[in-house]
Ligand binder design. Structure first.
Ligand SMILES: NC(=O)c1ccc[n+]([C@@H]2O[C@H](COP(=O)([O-])OP(=O)(O)OC[C@H]3O[C@@H](n4cnc5c(N)ncnc54)[C@H](O)[C@@H]3O)[C@@H](O)[C@H]2O)c1
Length: 445
């Protein structure tokens, strides 16, 4: 197949060789690099669509688990993996990607300790994949990153093979919008953005994703697609910071922020509900806006909204510690030596993901003050972080009763809040789940 500039022509398109390619043209062998929260559901979706899927991950443990039909994600049941194992081939071997028509990169994009983007995972995936790049392939980057990554970083790396992007192979960016534990908006019914290096790259990426997504929305370039994802996540970070600020102010003014939010939410237009909490977590909202803030400096622009939102959100765990200290103080107890039980350590309900979770910051801040801290989370049996490890305790009436303070960190549906409040001497509720209860032992954010 020869690639090149295309002219859309109804339900088909024409490449530079004059070949008419139907729009529903299908890439039959799809490679996915990185089988995490984003890559694994995508791999399963492509396999379910009938494609052969090669899933490459550097983690031998994850690959072994998948080969045995065992999932490591709460959103993906074992049966789903078992049902596609004939077409889904997990491996650590990059060379198996050489027979793929399309390869999608879904590796992590965290922050370095200095707060700057750490794109080393993209670099290493591109480097390991490069020897297996073939003429005619479509390469799509899905990892959230700063605008320009696909064109300024990935393209030159892949072109070191001598093949030219947009001519010998197609290249596009398509941000993932997966929302773990969201049963209403799934990979299938959430519109997907694609932005290719050339119109042909875009159309090919669109055709690829139409196998698994109902609605694919093309944009004019990878940069636009990269920026779109950052607008979406910055929008969330900024609005969460705004309600967090309202929560702090409302408490000072003796107003319930929860009642205010419930009331404002009755407005059918011009208002969107966001809720305060002990901080933000996960691999997206606390991180992605900082990728943009970093890139903005190259253009002599200080992304002020992002910096302020980040500062407010990052300060929330300390604010919650001050609430716990005040609440204990009212019971005649200091933080030092008090037994504090955190309910939930995952960053949001119904997931086992505790990356960047505010619960981790709470453990460290409270321990630094001399408190004895333990946690319970139905989804997270143990936590490994910053060189420490902790196991979830059993949640019993006795465990609640012997705690000096129980802190509601994650509003998992598992919990019966009435039961928690009834058996705990003191509760600090950072999620507003007790707001309808008339209980004297509860302090709310
Ligand atoms: N988790 C989400 O809800 C979400 C939503 C939208 C976008 N994203 C973005 O998607 C990307 C992936 O996030 P995730 O949550 O799936 O991460 P993850 O940590 O769950 O999964 C990443 C996987 O990649 C593997 N990996 C790391 N380096 C590799 C390499 N060089 N080659 C092959 N495999 C490698 C890891 O072992 C891991 O299994 C990130 O850029 C993230 O910002 C995540």
């Amino acid at each position: 197949m020869q690639l090149g500039r295309v002219k859309p022509k109804g339900e088909s398109w024409v490449n530079t060789a004059g070949e008419v390619i139907p729009m529903k043209w299908r890439d039959e062998t799809v490679g996915i690099i990185g089988l995490g929260y984003v890559g694994l559901p995508l791999a399963i979706a492509f396999a379910e669509s009938g494609a052969t899927v090669i899933g490459v991950d550097v983690s031998q443990e994850r690959v072994q688990s998948l080969k045995q039909g065992r999932s490591y994600l709460t959103d993906v049941p074992d049966e789903e993996i078992a049902s596609v194992l004939g077409r889904f081939h997990p491996t650590t071997d990059y060379s198996t990607l050489r027979d793929c028509d399309a390869v999608i990169i879904c590796v992590p994009t965290p922050l370095a300790k200095t707060g700057e983007p750490d794109i080393s995972y993209i670099l290493s995936a591109a480097e390991d994949f490069r020897p297996h790049l073939r003429r005619g392939m479509l390469i799509v980057l899905e990892s959230t990153t700063y605008p320009g990554t696909t064109e300024e970083l990935l393209k030159p790396m892949l072109e070191e093979t001598g093949l030219k992007a947009g001519v010998d192979f197609n290249l596009a960016f398509s941000p993932e919008r997966i929302d773990p534990a969201n049963k209403q908006w799934t990979l299938k019914n959430t519109p997907k953005i694609v932005g290719g290096l050339t119109p042909e790259c875009t159309m090919r990426a669109k055709a690829l994703y139409e196998r698994v997504v109902e609605d694919v929305y093309p944009v004019s370039s990878p940069k636009v697609a990269e920026m779109t994802k950052l607008l979406e996540n910055t929008f969330r970070a900024v609005n969460i910071a705004l309600v967090n600020e309202f929560a702090i102010l409302c408490r000072r003014m003796g107003i319930s922020v929860w009642e205010v939010i419930d009331a404002a939410s009755t407005k059918p237009f011009g208002f969107m509900r966001f809720e305060p909490g002990p901080g933000i977590g996960g691999h997206c909202i606390p991180i992605d806006p900082l990728y943009l803030a970093w890139k903005a400096r190259e253009f002599n622009h200080e992304a002020r909204f992002i910096r302020i939102a980040d500062a407010i959100n990052r300060q929330m765990p300390e604010y919650v510690v001050s609430l716990i200290a005040d609440a204990l103080n009212d019971h005649g107890k200091p933080l030092r030596g008090s037994r504090i039980l955190l309910l939930g350590i995952a960053y949001k309900p119904e997931v086992n993901d505790y990356r960047e979770s505010p619960g981790l910051a709470l453990v460290e801040l409270l321990q630094r003050k001399g408190s004895y801290v333990c946690y319970h989370d139905p989804y997270v049996p143990e936590v490994h972080h910053n060189g420490w490890m902790m196991k979830s305790v059993e949640l019993t009436e006795d465990e609640l009763a012997k705690s000096d303070c129980v802190v509601i960190v994650t509003a998992h549906k598992f919990y019966n809040w009435g039961w928690v409040v009834a058996h705990s001497p003191l509760v600090v509720d950072t999620r507003g789940v007790t707001r309808k209860m008339n209980a004297h032992n509860v302090v709310r954010l």
